[in-house]
Every structure is written in structure tokens, then in C-alpha cells.
Design a protein around this ligand. Structure first.
Ligand code: FES
Length: 183
């Protein structure tokens, strides 16, 4: 689930200035770190990156450096995790990030048609964000919902950063969601 083709120059295109977690977030980070043996705080990198993305909406190089400082690891150790998983956004994204599964079962059941429909409907390509910052389209690998193919997930703006799954999608169903739910 790597960001194929995303070079370091591309990653460096955007950045935050002096990112800082809130006190509440720092407490949560310390609690997560406490789950691991002393000296193994690197193991907390994924949940801490999730907290960062919930705070800033996306993960810039400055945020990665900040996370590395908190975990007392090298920045590259955070970079290699954040740039590997498609769940982390490396540039600003829209309010709704439509993460459409493109793996075999979903493809066979119409994911390609769905993606083309979304691109046409929203006037953007995969990886892009609408000018009103409402939507970003991403392609992702298997969402473990193959029985409901084709499907997509959208991350909710909740404290736990849960995802909502939408299954057995058709262009008509997506149109309805755009008009009624993703507003
Ligand atoms: S192939 Fe799409 S959810 Fe598994």
C-alpha cells in the first residue's frame, strides 16, 4: 500500500510550521508509548501518526520530524512508515477522502467504472482534490470488505478516527452519497 512514485521531493513540496500536539494529545501519546517496553517507543509510530493526521488532516515532513523527536527516533524511520501506507495523506486533502479499493475482487465487480465515474463527476483524477476542498479521490488496496465489492472507505472526523465503509457501490449510489451524505 505504498505511495507509488511519491519521491522525497514530492513529499517535501508541502510542510507545516512548528507543529505541536495539544496537551491532551501529548498525554495520549505518552499513554501509547507506555504500552511498549522501555527503548521500544518506535513501536508507537503508527498510532502517533494517526493522532497527528487527526490533528492536522495530513502528514507533512515537519510533522514527521516532530513525531520522530517525540519518539526519539530518526526522522527517516517515520518517513518510511508514513510514505508506505496509503492511509497517511502526504499533502492536504479534501473534507472527504474517498478511498476506493482497486484490488482484484473489487475491480471485477466494477471498481474501475466507479473510479472513472467519480473522476468525471467530481472533475478530478485519482490523487487530486476538488477546488472546493470537499473531495479527494484515492485508490487503495483491499479493504477487507471483498464480499461487498466494489467498496470504498471514508475516514470520519471522530476522536478515534474511525472509517466508514460503503459497499456494493454503483455510480448511482455514489451520486446519492455525494448529494446527501458527503456534504
Ligand atoms: S478487493 Fe476490495 S475489499 Fe477486498
Amino acid at each position: 500500500m505504498a505511495h507509488a512514485g511519491m519521491g522525497i521531493n514530492e513529499v517535501m513540496k508541502h510542510n507545516h510550521v512548528n507543529p505541536q500536539f495539544t496537551e491532551e494529545e501529548l498525554q495520549k501519546v505518552q499513554e501509547i508509548i507506555s504500552h511498549y517496553p522501555e527503548g521500544k517507543q518506535k513501536s508507537a509510530v503508527l498510532p502517533v501518526l494517526h493522532i497527528a493526521q487527526t490533528h492536522w488532516g495530513w502528514i507533512s515532513p515537519a510533522v514527521m520530524d516532530y513525531v520522530a523527536g517525540i519518539l526519539q527516533i530518526q526522522p527517516i524511520e517515520v518517513y518510511e512508515v508514513a510514505t508506505f501506507y496509503t492511509m497517511f495523506h502526504l499533502e492536504p486533502v479534501g473534507k472527504y477522502v474517498l478511498e476506493v479499493c482497486r484490488t482484484g475482487p473489487c475491480m471485477i465487480c466494477g471498481a474501475e467504472e466507479l473510479i472513472h465515474h467519480l473522476e468525471h463527476k467530481l472533475g478530478i483524477h485519482v490523487g487530486e482534490t476538488t477546488t472546493d476542498k470537499r473531495f479527494t479521490i484515492k485508490e487503495v488496496e483491499c479493504l477487507a470488505a471483498c464480499g461487498g465489492a466494489p467498496c470504498l472507505q471514508v475516514k470520519l472526523k471522530t476522536m478515534d478516527g474511525a472509517y466508514k465503509y460503503y459497499e456494493n457501490l454503483t455510480p448511482a449510489k455514489v451520486d446519492e452519497l455525494i448529494a446527501t451524505e458527503w456534504v
